[in-house]
Design a protein around this ligand. Structure first.
Ligand SMILES: *Cc1c(COP(=O)(O)O)cnc(C)c1O
Length: 363
């Protein structure tokens, strides 16, 4: 068996020690004689797993006591609707501010428009999502119920290096591709949400971290399954949760703690990204990253080859070298290396070596 370096944007690579532990526990979880997948979510074994995962996540992210952590389904895409349905209800101001800085915020805006008046405070589509204007250039609405942004746009590889200032308005963040990549100050946010399949665990789980005062404002027409209160009141066990993904996320949290927590992760992630951007920038134009330097993502690194006729052979040869899933998103072209927590630094070194070698042959 040979594991490759997997640069997939999502579902993404998982830490090998986590997969090994899951394999070891697959048939018989800690002497229970059954797999996690076969257990009642209301039994004491699974409740223990679920609570430990929440405790570990709270510790890793230093989540304050007045926030709930919800373990949901439906992906980040369901949050695009759930946020306005819960925060823009009748009685709340019926409008919201959105930063439109990439493909995922575009989808968030489109969905929010079905439920409330959206004020697009900043829009970088014209620049193909390659920059993030300073906040002084945003046009915030007066009475917005919340401000939504996407700290890391996974497709264009564009990442905020700062947190928008929103005064009394709760800040809502789609952190699907940047959660756990480094320490953040949770208290600056009203809601943080993330699909698990990039930096948390397998697909099927969505994490929501929500300030308690933002729970309980959904209108009566909102389905129970789309109401934060339903899950806050039931420890995320209103219905059957995605038990196996929840367990796997818990193993990832333990792996992160053993690896030194988010401080240590942040340092490694910055070093990994710097190595890769240096290789791109020092290639004399053979490779190019189109994003403004002050907002380059440390998680998703797109790079375009000098001649797109070389894309196919780059992908074939990198695959032979054990470097897979490097094809860029069709809207950007070229390559994209997603380098989440589970990508070891050795994977970056191998990619950089391959890129140099490829350039020597074809440059
Ligand atoms: C992947 C991704 C999504 C979509 O997540 P799903 O869980 O597939 O709905 C949304 N936002 C961002 C920033 C993403 O990276």
């Amino acid at each position: 068996m040979a594991r490759v370096f997997n640069f997939s944007a999502g579902p993404a690579a998982l830490p090998q020690p986590v997969l090994e532990q899951a394999q070891q526990e697959l048939l018989d979880w800690q002497g229970s004689g059954t797999s996690i997948m076969e257990m009642s979510h209301r039994g004491k074994e699974f409740i223990g797993i679920a609570q430990q995962a929440e405790t570990d996540l709270r510790e890793l992210m230093a989540i304050p006591q007045n926030y709930k952590v919800l373990f949901l389904q439906g992906g980040a895409s369901t949050q695009f609707a759930m946020v306005p349905l819960n925060l823009c209800a009748p009685g709340n101001a019926g409008n919201a501010d959105y930063a439109f800085t990439g493909h995922w915020s575009k989808k968030a805006v489109a969905e929010a428009k079905r439920y409330c008046d959206v004020n697009v405070a900043v829009d970088t589509q014209e620049n193909k999502f390659t920059n993030i204007p300073v906040q002084a250039d945003w046009n915030m609405g007066d009475a917005a119920a919340y401000v939504h942004y996407t700290p890391n746009e996974t497709i264009a590889g564009v990442e905020f290096g700062w947190i928008p200032e929103t005064g009394d308005k709760p800040l809502v963040a789609d952190m699907s591709s940047s959660i756990l990549s480094r320490p953040i100050d949770v208290s600056k946010y009203g809601i943080i949400y993330a699909g698990a399949q990039k930096n948390i665990g397998p697909a099927g789980l969505t994490i929501v971290i929500i300030r308690e005062d933002l729970i309980g404002h959904a209108g009566p027409q909102v389905p129970a399954m789309l109401n934060y209160k339903t899950f806050a009141d039931s420890d995320s066990m209103y219905n059957t949760p995605p038990t196996y993904s929840w367990y796997m996320a818990g193993l990832v949290f333990q792996w992160l703690k053993k690896s030194g927590g988010l401080d240590a992760m942040g340092k490694v992630n910055h070093r990994k990204a710097e190595k890769l951007y240096n290789a791109i920038d020092n290639s004399g134009g053979f490779y190019r990253n189109p994003v403004a330097i002050d907002c380059r993502s440390i998680m998703n690194v797109p790079f375009i080859l000098k001649d797109d006729a070389l894309d196919k052979v780059f992908l074939e040869e990198s695959k032979k070298a054990g470097l897979v899933q490097l094809k860029g998103h069709r809207s950007v072209g070229g390559m994209r290396a997603s380098i989440y927590n589970a990508m070891p630094e050795a994977g970056i070194d191998a990619l950089v070596d391959f890129m140099k070698q490829f350039q020597t042959q074809k440059g």
